[in-house]
Every structure is written in C-alpha cells, then in structure tokens.
Design a protein around this ligand. Structure first.
Ligand code: NAI
Length: 480
C-alpha cells in the first residue's frame, strides 16, 4: 500500500512508459473516449466499486481509466498468468496525475508470469476491498472472479470446503485451498461479498458459457450481462482481434516463416475464422478441424481443407486451438507431431491442450528457450515447441488484441456496467444481452473514426424494409 492504494505489480517505475502507450492507445480507442465525453460531469458510475478480472494490458488501462472517469472505484487483477503488460499495470496504479512516490490511480494486482497460487491470490485481493465493504460490481473475463464468489458462497453454506478429486486439475486444488483459508478466517466472507454485488458483465465466450450453466442450474447469485455476444464484440474482437494477435504471438515466440507451411486451426467459430484468415494471410496452407457441420461447411466454402486432426498431424507445422473446449490436442497427438512443430492455444483455458499429460509422458524432457516458449523433447528425440505453456498465446507471447478492436469490446463493457449498476433492480438473476441499438451505437462511433460514410435510409425505404430510420436495422435473429 502506498498513498492508500493497494498494489502488487512487477515494477512501479515502468509507469512512464505505460503512460506514453496509454496516451497513444486513447487515440485508437474512440468508443471509450466518446463515453468519457458523453458522460463528462455526469458520473453514472459514482458509487460503483468494480472488481475487475481481465488481462491487464494497455487497452485495459484505458478501460479502467474510463470507468474511473465515469465515477467508479476500481480494483483489478489479470485473468491470465501471462497476459499482464507490466508497464500498463504500473501506469494504472500511479494514475494519470500521480507519481511513483505518490500514486493516485487504482488498486491493481497483476504481473507477467504469475504462478497459479499467485494468480488466485491476486483474484482474492481484487475482490477484497479494504473497508470490508466488498465490490458491488464484477467485470469478468472467463468467469474466474464469478467462480470464486459462487464457490465461496456454496462452501460457506455447507460449512466446509471439499477435498479435490484425484483427477481434478492442479489449479482446482489451489482454488479449494484459497477458499479453505478464507473459510477458516471468516465463515461469511463470500456470502457477504455476494450480497453486495449488483451484477457481473462478462467479456468472453468461455465465461458466458459458465454463466449460462449457473443460470440454468438456478445457482446464479446476481444478474449478468453477456458482453461477448454483442455483435460489436464477438464478431470483431474474437475475429479481427485474433487475426492481428495470433501471428504476432507466433512471430514473437518463434520467428518462424509461416508462408508455405501447413497450419491446422482447431475450431472455426469466431476466433477460429480470424485465426485461419491470419495464417492464410502469411501464406500458410490452412486446414480446419470442426465438430459442428455448419462451421465446418463454412470453412470448406472459405477454401480451407476440413479434416480430422489425426489425419493431418503428419504434415502439420503449426497447430492452433480456438475451441473453448478441452482435450482438443491430446498428448498422443503431440507425440505424433512433426519435429519442431509449433503448438499454441488461443481458447480461454489451457485445458484445450493436454499439458498435464505432456508433463507426465514417460521420458519427456522440457527445454526452456525463453519466457513462454518451451521445447518438449520426446524420447524419440523429436521435439515440439509449445507456446505460453498452452495458455492464450496471443497474450502470452504477444500483447493481445490491438486498441481499436478492444475499443469496441470495452465500449460494450462500459455500457453493460452502467446498465447493471444503475438498473440492477430491473434484472433477475439471469444472463442478459445488450439491446441492439447500443450495439449499433458502438459500431457507428468506430465507423466514423475510420472515416466510413454510412448511407441513410429514406423514410419510404425504412417502411419498405420495416425498420425505423434510426435503427435498429436488423431483427434479433439476424446473424451478421
Ligand atoms: P465459438 O463457439 O464461436 O467457436 C468455437 C468453435 O469450436 C465452435 O465452432 C465449435 O463447434 C468448435 N469446437 C468445439 N469443440 C471442438 C473440437 N473438439 N474440435 C474442433 N472444433 C471444436 O467461440 P469463440 O468465440 O470462437 O471462442 C473460442 C475460445 O476463444 C473461447 O474459449 C473464448 O473465450 C476464447 N477467446 C479468446 C480470445 C483471445 O484473445 N485469445 C478472444 C476471444 C475469445
């Protein structure tokens, strides 16, 4: 704690570099800056205490400072052990008007290269407010903050935290340990926190899936807004964002020439579509794997070969998973890959790749090349290169999606935070999406910033296609 601000970052002296990049990013984030202007002097988030769990990057710094500008108090942690940009974390702690000696920014607990116990410690710090009040809003990416609160409440009601099962992942044992310690210290900690929460806004596909599961079981403790399925989020960030940051991660991690190589993309949803396009743009020959015939057919129509992983492993130079599913690349697959083939995941969690199985493989050895790049040596002498230990490699090996596309996503986050903070009484404990007019508003701001000229409907035309002249221009079932 310094000047009343709690923090745990790698190096506070990096704040000046962070501030310079934040200043450049602000110009590239017209949506967030438009909200700062629109709500200038209004403070719609006055009284909001937002606990945020989202990659602590330069773009997120602009989001955080927008939330503060709108009146919120904020505590932050990253949602991934490798995704923090240390200069961004330092800059949000110091704030635009503070100094290293006298920081005036926000509480932040994030550094690049956290261990898993450290990661869950930062998550708990982010949710634990100093005055014992607790947050009244959560901003989540992947659902870990929401999970901690929900599991905490569940185990406090039971009065006991269960032991992990033998086949549970190592990380789950750490979560249980975290909750066991808090239960011992304060038997109502998470129950009290949950009672104060007005709602959560969730950033990504995987977190949204977890929310719908909670809601379906009747276990969701507060209302949620699914930000991911705003059109200006998933059809832009997931797709055009990864088109930029996937190859950035491969380049920074390996500097391998992609042209002429065979790249397999597992999954052809929004992230898969952007990934395939990204690799094709480098001249790679791209092959797609899918379980869903509709997405598989889309891949085929887009000109990609559709195949099973087993069939194409012998020729694959690069394998990238984008499914949000688990066990997509098993250790058996890995053992059959080409010498020095590159394996990376951009789905939210590392369980898309069987990293646990790889570590247990008889006779396997690991040779660290540099941070977030490991060569795994099979007993045959063949090696594979695994990026970011199987975690989001576009953030671990590079710096994630660029500012302009994140401005779309984070504009939806800001709208969702204001909506739930100010109107929580109108919402049940269900998962909601933002209205289409707001989606169109976000798109309009970013189109204008790019110099795009929108055609205006005449009243007659609007009546003919049965929409309002001012929008929304599509029915809710339209798929874009
Ligand atoms: P999506 O649901 O649109 O796409 C996933 C696709 O994978 C689906 O088409 C599904 O049929 C397919 N799939 C599922 N199991 C499969 C399997 N075993 N083999 C082959 N294909 C399979 O989801 P979206 O939005 O593309 O997100 C995917 C993941 O990426 C999620 O975990 C999401 O949270 C994450 N994400 C990561 C970002 C990043 O910066 N790295 C950005 C946005 C999302």
């Amino acid at each position: 704690t310094r000047n009343g601000i709690d923090f745990a970052v790698a190096d506070l002296s990096l704040h000046e570099f962070g501030r310079k990049e934040i200043r450049l990013a602000e110009h590239e984030m017209p949506g967030l800056m438009a909200f700062r202007r629109e709500y200038s002097g209004v403070y719609p988030l006055k009284g909001a205490r937002i606990s945020g769990s989202l990659h602590m990057t330069i773009q997120t710094a602009v989001l955080i400072e927008t939330l503060v500008d709108l009146g919120a108090e904020v505590r932050w942690a990253s949602c991934n052990i490798f995704s923090t940009q240390d200069h961004a974390a330092a800059a949000v702690v110091v704030g635009p008007h503070g100094t290293e000696e006298e920081p005036k920014g926000v509480a932040c607990f994030a550094w690049k290269g956290e261990t898993l116990p450290e990661y869950w410690w930062t998550a708990e710090q982010m949710l634990t407010w100093p005055d014992g009040k607790g947050p009244n809003m959560i901003l989540d990416d992947g659902g870990d903050a929401t999970l901690l609160v929900h599991k905490g409440v569940q185990y406090e009601a039971a009065g006991v935290v269960p032991s992990a099962e033998a086949d549970d992942p190592e990380e789950w044992q750490i979560v249980l340990e975290t909750l066991r310690n808090s239960l011992a210290a304060d038997g109502k900690k998470w129950t009290n926190i949950a009672e104060g929460i007005r709602g959560v806004t969730e950033e990504t596909t995987t977190g949204v899936m977890r929310l719908y599961q909670l809601a379906a079981a009747g276990d969701l403790l507060f209302p949620a807004i699914n930000v991911n399925d705003a059109v200006t989020k998933s059809k832009f960030d997931n797709r055009y964002g990864i088109r930029h940051s996937l190859i950035d991660g491969i380049n920074r991690g390996t500097d391998v020439l992609m042209g002429g190589k065979v790249a397999v993309v597992c999954g052809y949803g929004d992230v898969g579509k952007g990934s395939a396009e990204s690799l094709r743009g480098q001249g790679a020959r791209v092959i797609v794997t899918e379980i869903d015939p509709i997405c598989a057919l889309q891949a085929a129509m887009d000109g990609y070969q559709v195949a099973r992983l087993e069939t194409v492993l012998p020729i694959a130079d690069i394998v990238i998973t984008t499914t949000g599913n688990k066990d997509v690349v098993t250790v058996e697959h890995m053992s059959q890959m080409k010498h020095q083939a590159i394996l990376g995941n951009v789905g939210h969690f590392d369980n898309e790749l069987d990293m646990a199985g790889l570590q247990r493989y008889p006779g396997i050895r690991k040779n660290n090349i540099k941070p977030q790049v490991d060569e795994w040596i099979f007993p045959t002498g063949r090696t594979i290169i695994v990026l970011s230990e199987g975690r989001l490699m576009n953030l671990g090996n590079a710096t994630g999606h660029p500012s302009f596309v994140m401005s779309n996503s984070f504009s939806n986050q800001v709208i969702a935070q204001i909506e739930l903070f100010t109107k929580f009484k109108e919402y049940d404990n269900e998962v909601y999406r933002l209205p289409k007019v707001l989606d169109e508003k976000v798109a309009r701001i970013h189109l204008e910033a790019l110099g795009g000229e929108l055609t205006k409907l005449t009243k007659d035309q609007a009546e003919y296609i049965d929409v309002d002249v001012e929008g929304p221009f599509k029915a809710d079932h339209y798929r874009y």
